[in-house]
Design a protein around this ligand. Structure first.
Ligand SMILES: Nc1nc2c(ncn2[C@@H]2O[C@H](COP(=O)(O)OP(=O)(O)OP(=O)(O)O)[C@@H](O)[C@H]2O)c(=O)[nH]1
Length: 265
C-alpha cells in the first residue's frame, strides 16, 4: 500500500471516529465502504503472501532441479570419459588381437593367414599396373636333424635367427612370412624372375655364414636352405604361383639342396 493510500485511509478512519459526523447521512455508507476496502485489502495481502510463498517454492524447486541437472551432467561426463577410455582400450585390444592373429608367435613374421591377405591385394594391384611379382618358397635343409641333434630349443633359435636374417636382408616393400614349420615365403613385388633369382642366391649364400649357438654356446649350428622361385603370371591366381614355387623347391631338394630352382611359367 502506498503512503498516500495509507494517509487517505487514516483520514477516513479519523472522520468515521469523529463524534460530530456520526449522525451524518453519508457516515454509514462511508463506514461500509471503508470496511469493504479493508477486507479487500486484507484479502489482497493474503493473496500476495500466498503468491510470494508459491514463487519462493518455485524458485527453490528450480534451484534444486538445476543442481540435480548439473550433478547428472557431471556424472554423464564422467561416464562418457570412462566409456571413451574403455573404447580406446577395446580398440587397442582388438588391434593387438588382430596383429596376433596375423603373426607367427615364434618368429614374429607374418603367418599364413596374413600372407594370403597380402597376396590377395598384391596380385590385384600388380595386374592393374602390369607389374611384376615373384614368390619364393624357402626351406631349411635337414632341419629335422637340427632338432634331433641339438633339441627343439636350438631348432626354434635357428628359425628365429633365419627369420631375422631374412627380414634384415629384404627391401622395405618386400615381405617375408612363415608358411609353416621350417618353410618361409618371400613376397617380392616389382621383381621379375631373374632379379628374384639374384636376390635369393645372395640370401642363401649369406645363410651359410650364419653361426647359430647351440648346446650352451659350446657348439654352433650351420644351416643351408633350398628355394623355389616363381614369377606371378598375368591372369594367374597367387595360389597357383605358390604351387609352382613349391614344385621348384622340391626340385631344388631333389637336386641336392642348398640351391634355388626357378619355376617354369
Ligand atoms: N624346433 C622346431 N621345429 C619345428 C618347428 N616346426 C616344424 N619343426 C620341425 O621341422 C622338421 C621338418 O622336418 P622335415 O619335413 O623332415 O624336413 P627336413 O628335415 O628339413 O628335410 P628337408 O626339408 O628334406 O631338407 C620336423 O622335425 C619338425 O618337427 C618349430 O616351430 N620349431
Amino acid at each position: 500500500m502506498s503512503q498516500r493510500e495509507r494517509e487517505l485511509l487514516e483520514e477516513v478512519a479519523d472522520l468515521l471516529a469523529t463524534e460530530e459526523y456520526r449522525g451524518h447521512r453519508l457516515h454509514s455508507a462511508l463506514q461500509r465502504l471503508y470496511r469493504h476496502h479493508l477486507s479487500q485489502q486484507e484479502r489482497l495481502e493474503r493473496l500476495v503472501t500466498i503468491a510470494d510463498g508459491f514463487q519462493k517454492g518455485a524458485q527453490q524447486d528450480l534451484q534444486e532441479t538445476r543442481q540435480q541437472l548439473e550433478r547428472q551432467h557431471r556424472r554423464q561426463h564422467k561416464l562418457s570419459r570412462i566409456a571413451d577410455g574403455f573404447q580406446d582400450l577395446l580398440h587397442e585390444r582388438n588391434q593387438a588381437l588382430r596383429d596376433v592373429s596375423r603373426q607367427d608367435p615364434l618368429t614374429g613374421l607374418a603367418n599364413r593367414r596374413c600372407l594370403h591377405e597380402r597376396l590377395e591385394g598384391l596380385t590385384v594391384g600388380t595386374a592393374r599396373q602390369s607389374g611384376t611379382l615373384s614368390l619364393v618358397m624357402l626351406d631349411i635343409d635337414h632341419f629335422k636333424a637340427v632338432n634331433d641333434c641339438h633339441g627343439h630349443v636350438t631348432g626354434d633359435r635357428v628359425l628365429v635367427t633365419l627369420a631375422k636374417h631374412l627380414m634384415g636382408s629384404l627391401r622395405q616393400h618386400d615381405m617375408c612370412g612363415r608358411w609353416g614349420g621350417e618353410e618361409f615365403l618371400l613376397v617380392l613385388p616389382e621383381t621379375p624372375l631373374d632379379k628374384a633369382h639374384l636376390l635369393v642366391q645372395r640370401l642363401t649364400d649369406q645363410l651359410r655364414d650364419l653361426r647359430i649357438p647351440a648346446d650352451g654356446d659350446t657348439l654352433s649350428v650351420f644351416i643351408t636352405a633350398s628355394a623355389g622361385i616363381a614369377e606371378w603370371q598375368p591372369g594367374e591366381g597367387y595360389q597357383a604361383t605358390i604351387e609352382r614355387a613349391d614344385r621348384a623347391l622340391l626340385a631344388a631338394k631333389r637336386q641336392g639342396r642348398d640351391r634355388c630352382c626357378l619355376a617354369e611359367a
